[in-house]
Design a protein around this ligand. Structure first.
Ligand SMILES: [Zn+2]
Length: 467
């Protein structure tokens, strides 16, 4: 009898020992298993055989596979063996619907480009339909080159928001204000009312942060800059603006307001809180001190600054002063002309090196930080995105690391900045949703979007002939 009882107890203990760990495993929706994980957290952890646990829209754990595999029971597994998982890239300044104007007017100065090509082309072509398809085209390219969040300034920004949500991307989206009629709103009052309605519609959205985007100090009056600040304050949303992009802007603002662009924005009370300043090329030490005091983030756009010959932003000085500096592509209509953030990292680093004649000026690791966690700080979203950490949103990308240009890799940061390209991104995940797997975009109809882009090309060319 004793012997029988012993056998029964032994069997029970054996069954429990097998069953218990499975019972204790926490259910999760998705696990990225086995690849190298570049966290971009404050200690710059790199995990060789990593594991990222995702539940709904959040990262619930990041660590070595050997430890985490036993703790979680994933509904879906992505085997990332031999690959690299890292935070999704953050484009801090662009005009996404301008993808349909890609390369329409190359090799011009900013002033010439804006006044003689872009503003007229926009007046004749930018409709709600244009913005919808332009956003989808840009989103398709962003997903395929590893961008998961972008900051945008354009017209019909509510349409940009809807199309961005359709693609599954995250956006800080600013409705553009100008002192002359825009494609969507012909008067200041209409612009202001449109923007308020847009903010009300998207405030609190899990993917969209609505914003107010006065174009620049030279295209928006002090009175309207103040109104933009007031509207942003009313709803607690950010302000996006181009600042000190060219020497011509600096001269124009000095002549009109007897102050440099940054000083002028300070004088009108625009800089009080949450401003993303695109470019900051023509800023001196005093300007940098002002931007730092008001915690203004800078969106640095190396391709655009080089292509329009606007100048070289003092990125190293801004970083040394403690400013948050992220990277942006700017629009693709003659000031880039693509949305490839890996290229921006490469150019950002090399532009500082050659300008300062110092190969150590902006090392690869700093460039990767600017495209991830620093970009998140610029957009004031660093508590939510920018690094792979427990509790943050599940925005990440997986790169192959097996293409000829990716092997061998002695230094991951160096590989990312100097040899890996946007087309090496294999998988893109935003808010826990897989937007692209093995380069197939799951949220958008790629052939349809490419076809539409070709149709717009013909229509746009025709519109420019007839005027
Ligand atoms: Zn711009």
């Amino acid at each position: 009898m004793k012997r029988t009882l012993f056998i029964v107890v032994s069997i029970c203990v054996f069954i429990l020992s097998i069953a218990l760990p499975a019972v204790a495993q926490e259910p999760i929706d998705l696990a990225i298993v086995g690849g190298t994980v570049l966290t971009m957290d404050s200690e710059a952890h790199q995990i060789q055989e990593g594991y990222v646990a995702i539940r709904k829209d959040r990262i619930v754990d990041v660590g070595p596979k050997s430890r985490l595999e036993r703790l979680y029971h994933p509904r879906q597994i992505i085997n990332a063996k031999g690959q690299l998982a890292m935070p999704g890239l953050i484009n801090t300044h662009t005009h996404i619907p301008m993808s349909l104007f890609r390369g329409i007017a190359n090799d011009l100065t900013l002033q010439d480009w804006l006044e003689h090509y872009i503003f007229p082309a926009e007046a004749r072509n930018v409709t709600r339909d244009f913005v919808h398809w332009g956003t989808l085209l840009g989103a398709l390219e962003m997903i395929k080159s590893g961008t998961t969040t972008f900051a945008d300034m354009y017209y019909f920004e509510d349409e940009v928001a809807r199309s961005t949500k359709q693609a599954g991307l995250r956006g800080v989206l600013g409705e553009t204000w100008l002192d002359f009629p825009a494609p969507d709103n012909k008067t200041f009052e209409a612009m202001e009312a449109f923007t308020e309605k847009f903010i009300q519609e998207f405030k609190g959205d899990p993917l969209i942060t609505p914003a107010v985007a006065p174009h620049a100090p030279f295209t928006v009056s002090p009175e309207h800059l103040k109104a933009a600040r007031a509207l942003a304050d009313k709803y607690g949303v950010p302000l996006l603006i181009h600042v000190a992009e060219t020497k011509a802007e600096e001269q124009q603002i000095e002549a009109k307001y007897h102050a440099r662009p940054v000083q002028h924005l300070k004088n009108v009370g625009f800089l009080e809180k949450s401003v993303v300043a695109a470019h900051c090329v023509w800023v001196n030490d005093t300007d940098i001190a002002i931007l730092k005091t008001f915690d203004v983030g800078c969106a640095h756009n190396p391709s655009s600054n080089m292509m329009l010959a606007s100048g070289v932003a003092p990125v190293v000085k801004m970083l040394q002063a403690g400013m948050d500096v992220g990277l942006g592509t700017d629009g693709p209509a003659g000031s880039n002309n693509d949305f490839d953030m890996l290229e921006e990292m490469d150019l950002a680093s090399k532009l500082q090196k050659i300008t300062l004649m110092d190969p150590k000026a902006l090392p690869a690791r700093s460039a990767v930080a600017m495209a991830t966690i620093e970009g998140a700080k610029v957009l004031k979203l660093d508590k939510e995105i920018g690094s792979l950490e427990k509790g943050k949103r599940a925005d990440l990308i997986i790169l192959n690391l097996s293409h000829p240009n990716e092997v061998p890799s002695y230094d991951l940061y160096g590989s990312l900045v100097y040899s890996i390209k946007g087309c090496d991104v294999d998988t893109t995940i935003v808010n826990g949703h897989i937007l692209m797997r093995h380069r197939n975009v799951l949220t958008l109809n790629e052939p349809e979007i490419i076809q539409k882009a070709r149709e717009f090309h013909d229509r746009i060319l025709e519109s420019l002939k007839t005027h």
